[in-house]
Write a protein that binds this ligand. Structure first.
Ligand code: SF4
Ligand code: ZN
Ligand code: ZN
Length: 301
């Protein structure tokens, strides 16, 4: 039996978990862009945005979505691919390159090995969790390049499912203060050389990226990082998917409620607390030496 789109009589080909309903291609695109625009409205028009693109479905979707809205929001967009040294992900770089050509954005590439002499796998025996080190390295390199190239914002492919996981993980590990970054837009802090952060897919589900790429006919790199099974996400995300299947609005409502609580609390003002510039590299940190410089030192030992 064919199902009709929630908003018209066309065949509904795309299930949207947030709506608990299926849409036709046209209404799916309207749904998708409406949520991306909600984020862009907060960042403002005429911004220069650097998109971090691994080649995976989410970062590629963020790149295409921003470039589709480029004129409406008068954006200037660049994209960067960071080679962290994982083996077998060369195809992802090629997909990044083709996406940059198709979207006509400025391309940047950073090789961790060539520029800093180490790779993420080099840290495997030296750090407690590789994913944490990987996150530190990526955030640092994105911010540094964006600052040097005078972008206003760094955009990442984090989506609603990532945010639900992030929020829950910080609650169960008692890292409540991290929740002050639970937002679709974080403004720049120039005195700390901190570029703003924007998450265009903040209100969209994981599967929406796949649907979006299918509808616009774009490729992505399906290869997963070899360490991806080690993350808690593998266990936690399906739990929230089960909840959403029963209550489609649950993820949006959870994040909306948490953001309201954060705004009412004092942790909101603590983003800049104890922040200063690293004594070695001159980029923001809460300690004398930033986490990136410490990882770099660790890799050299
Ligand atoms: Fe980095 Fe791989 Fe962990 Fe993702 S799964 S954070 S790419 S090490
Ligand atoms: Zn429709
Ligand atoms: Zn440093």
């Amino acid at each position: 039996m064919t199902v009709s789109c929630k908003y018209c009589n066309k065949v509904a080909e795309h299930f949207v978990p947030n709506l608990g309903a299926a849409l036709c291609g046209e209404h799916f695109l309207a749904y998708f862009y409406k949520r991306v625009k909600r984020v862009l409205e907060r960042a403002g028009r005429g911004r220069r945005i650097l998109v971090g693109v691994s080649g995976g479905k989410d970062s590629i979707s963020a790149l295409y979505a921003l470039s589709a809205l480029r004129e409406e929001f008068n954006l200037e967009i660049g994209a960067v691919h960071i080679d962290l040294g994982f083996p077998g992900v060369e195809d992802c770089y090629e997909i990044f390159e083709r996406a940059c050509i198709r979207t006509e954005v400025k391309q940047h590439v950073i090789s961790l090995k060539e520029e800093y002499g180490f790779t993420i796998p080099d840290l495997a025996e030296k750090v407690r969790t590789l994913c944490q080190a990987c996150g530190i390295v990526r955030r640092y390199l994105l911010n540094k390049l964006a600052w040097e190239e005078k972008y206003d914002f760094v955009a990442t492919g984090h989506n609603l499912d990532d945010m639900v996981y992030f929020a829950f993980n910080n609650l169960i590990t008692h890292n409540i203060s991290f929740l002050n970054t639970l937002d679709s837009v974080l403004p720049p802090i120039p005195r700390l050389k901190l570029v703003g952060r924007i998450r265009p897919l903040f209100w969209l589900n994981d599967v929406d990226s796949l649907t979006y790429l299918k509808v616009i006919g774009a490729e992505y790199c399906p290869k997963k990082c070899p360490y991806h099974k080690e993350t808690k996400q593998i266990f936690l995300k399906p739990l929230f998917d089960d909840v959403q299947k029963k209550w489609p609005q649950s993820k949006v409502n959870l994040i909306t409620s948490l953001r309201k609580l954060v705004r009412l609390s004092s942790i909101m003002d603590r983003r800049e607390e104890n922040m200063r510039l690293c004594s070695r590299c001159g980029y923001p940190t809460r300690l004398e030496v930033c986490s990136f410089c410490r990882l770099r030192e660790m890799a050299e030992k």
